[in-house]
Every structure is written in structure tokens, then in C-alpha cells.
Design a protein around this ligand. Structure first.
Ligand SMILES: Nc1ncnc2c1ncn2[C@@H]1O[C@H](COP(=O)(O)OP(=O)(O)O)[C@@H](O)[C@H]1O
Ligand SMILES: N[C@@H](CCOP(=O)(O)O)C(=O)O
Length: 316
């Protein structure tokens, strides 16, 4: 369920007068997603998605919206936010910060083949390169300091074996130096459900609300952990090779990145193990939150420790 805040049609019709996109034809709540209230909005001029931000700080929202606008301007299939008549992306609706973005074509694919992994790898490299000229900067909200803090909050709720795994992993992560790795604006949550396929093409990349400044390699590791793993957490070699080679062809890896890769896959697995374990053990009160299985990411982490992934392509 993703409509936490209802929006009556009469209220939206009035609110749309702040925009130049015609009159309201249809409003429909969207049943996917876990963070915000989302609606499909059709007007006499086009199709849009309305998002009401439920608990994200208003001050952080311009970073995400301007990043989406920047990437769309660079030709990436990212929903461009719509400016209102005051030339602002962010408005207020039902007391919540609210934005309209373009509705993109397509549907997500939870069982992608190697061709789709190739396209995602190439698109992610393009997203990183286009992000180099983005002028704003905001730290990855789920970066290294969040991970340490989240680990302390969840640690005592874990069974003994998981607590030992967490302590050992935090200790390992604290030895890694990411200072030499190329960094910039990253999506940070490029899961299969955040990519819409329109035939063989990527019709849309959505949900930029975990984006931030961090290493490009972290973004790639998040993507590989979701797109290239089997149900037991092991890597699917064909999808893995397709995705990382396509990325490398657009934006070649550096030596420092190749050295950091095994640790980065672990950092990315830890990030989602922690957020899911927090949602599981310390659910946010009063919200209808879809809790995803934390064990999936605990197991991906364990497998990266036991069976390091094949090296990234490039000169040794
Ligand atoms: N710009 C868009 N174009 C088309 N569909 C979209 C767009 N934005 C969101 N959606 C649809 O809405 C659903 C929920 O959006 P999402 O951003 O994942 O929500 P949440 O922020 O709550 O996790 C997506 O699965 C997708 O079906
Ligand atoms: N991709 C994350 C959860 C983030 O939820 P989203 O619906 O906003 O993408 C996970 O799988 O844990």
C-alpha cells in the first residue's frame, strides 16, 4: 500500500491550477512502493506521477528533483519534474511536500536476462558520467556513517550468529580506504523494481530518493547485488559479466576500483541488510511499511565473504 495521504480529486483539480499542464482527467493511487504516497495523474495535456513525501526532510528534496531534471536533460530515461507557474518543482499538497513528474513508459522485470543486464550496466555508467556536471552535492543518506549508526541501533535485536557477522563486517569495512575511488551523484537503489522496460529499451529509471554523493563503485555494487544474484544469494556469472562489462565499456574501471571491488560488494550488501533488519526489528510506528526480507541481504553478504566475486574487467 503506498497511499498514506489521500488526495481528493477536487483538491488536486484546484492544485493543478498552479501548473500549465491542463485540467485533471483521472487520478489513481499507485499500489507499489513503500516510502511515499504516489498517484498516476492524467490531465488534458499528458500523463504524470504525483508524489507526496511522507517523512523526508523538505530541505533535502531539491537535491533529488534537480538531479532528476539534470539527468533527463542529458537524455537519460529519468522522469523530469514539472515546474509550477512559480517555476518551482516542489509544492505543498495536503500539508505534504509534493511533486509532479513525467510518467514514463514500461514495467519492471524481476527476472531480467543478460541483454537487460547489459543495458542496465551501460545506462548506469551513463548516469554516472552525466552526473559529473551536476552542481549540487548531498551525502549518500545510507553511506558509511549511516551504516555504523544503523548497526548500533539494530545490533542487540539480532541473534548471536548475526551479531558476530555484523561486528566482523563493520571491523572489516573500517579498514577500507575509498579516498581514491571516483565519486559523484549516484542512484544508490537501482533495484529491478526501479527500472521500467519499454520493449527492449529502458523506458524509465525511477525512485531517486536515496540518491546522493558517493563512490560510483558503491552504486555498481548495489546494482549487481540485486540484478545478478540467485535466490540463495550466489552470483549468476552470465548476468554479472554482462552488467559489469557493459558498465566498463562506457566508463572503464580504475586500478583502485578493481582492488576495492570485493569490499564494496560487501558494503552494498551490508547497507540493505541493515535497512531491512531495522524495518524488521524496529518497524516505524504508524506507517504501512512493506518489510522486505533481511535474510536475503545477510546471505548475499555471507556469500561475498566466502566466495569473492570474479575480478572486474580491465588492465591488471
Ligand atoms: N515516473 C514514473 N513513471 C511511471 N511509473 C512510475 C513513475 N514513478 C513511479 N512509478 C510507479 O510507481 C511505483 C512506486 O514508485 P516508487 O518511486 O518505487 O515509490 P516509493 O518511493 O514509495 O518506493 C513504481 O513501482 C512504478 O510502478
Ligand atoms: N530497494 C530497497 C528498498 C527501497 O524501497 P523502494 O521501494 O523505495 O525502492 C530494498 O529492496 O531493500
Amino acid at each position: 500500500m503506498s497511499v498514506f495521504t489521500p488526495v481528493p480529486e477536487t483538491v488536486l483539480a484546484q492544485w493543478l491550477q498552479n501548473y500549465a499542464i491542463g485540467r485533471l482527467v483521472e487520478l489513481k493511487g499507485i499500489s507499489a512502493g513503500v516510502q511515499n504516497s504516489n498517484f498516476f495523474v492524467t490531465t488534458t495535456l499528458g500523463r504524470y506521477v504525483l508524489t507526496l513525501f511522507e517523512d523526508m526532510p523538505r530541505a533535502e528534496l531539491p537535491y533529488y528533483l534537480h538531479l532528476m531534471a539534470h539527468l533527463a536533460r542529458h537524455g537519460l530515461p529519468v522522469p523530469a519534474p514539472i515546474a509550477n507557474r512559480d517555476n518551482e518543482y516542489l509544492g505543498t499538497l495536503q500539508g505534504k511536500p509534493a511533486v509532479l513528474v513525467m510518467r514514463l513508459q514500461g514495467a519492471s522485470d524481476m527476472t531480467p536476462d543478460t541483454d537487460r543486464c547489459t543495458r542496465v550496466g551501460a545506462m548506469l555508467a551513463g548516469l554516472h558520467l552525466a552526473g559529473q556536471s551536476y552542481g549540487r552535492r548531498q551525502a549518500n543518506p545510507r553511506g558509511a556513517s549511516w551504516r555504523s549508526e544503523a548497526a548500533q541501533r539494530v545490533r542487540n535485536h539480532l541473534p548471536t550468529d548475526e551479531r558476530a557477522l555484523l561486528d566482523a563486517e563493520l571491523c572489516f569495512q573500517s579498514t577500507l580506504d575509498c579516498g581514491q575511488l571516483p565519486a559523484g551523484a549516484i542512484h544508490a537503489d537501482l533495484f529491478r523494481d526501479n527500472v521500467l522496460w519499454d520493449g527492449e529499451h529502458i523506458g524509465g529509471v525511477i525512485d531517486f530518493y536515496f540518491a546522493g554523493h558517493d563512490t560510483w563503485l558503491f552504486d555498481l555494487a548495489v546494482t549487481v547485488n540485486d540484478w545478478c544474484t540467485e535466490a540463495d544469494g550466489s552470483l549468476n556469472r552470465a548476468r554479472y559479466d554482462a552488467l559489469v562489462q557493459a558498465y566498463h565499456a562506457e566508463r572503464p574501471f580504475t586500478a583502485a576500483e578493481r582492488a576495492a571491488w570485493p569490499g564494496m560488494l560487501r558494503a552494498a550488501a551490508l547497507r540493505f541488510w541493515l535497512s531491512r533488519a531495522l524495518d524488521f526489528h524496529l518497524p516505524r510506528e504508524g506507517e504501512m511499511v512493506l518489510v522486505k526480507n533481511p535474510h536475503e541481504y545477510r546471505d548475499i553478504l555471507r556469500l561475498h565473504i566466502d566466495v569473492p566475486a570474479p575480478p572486474l574487467p580491465g588492465q591488471v
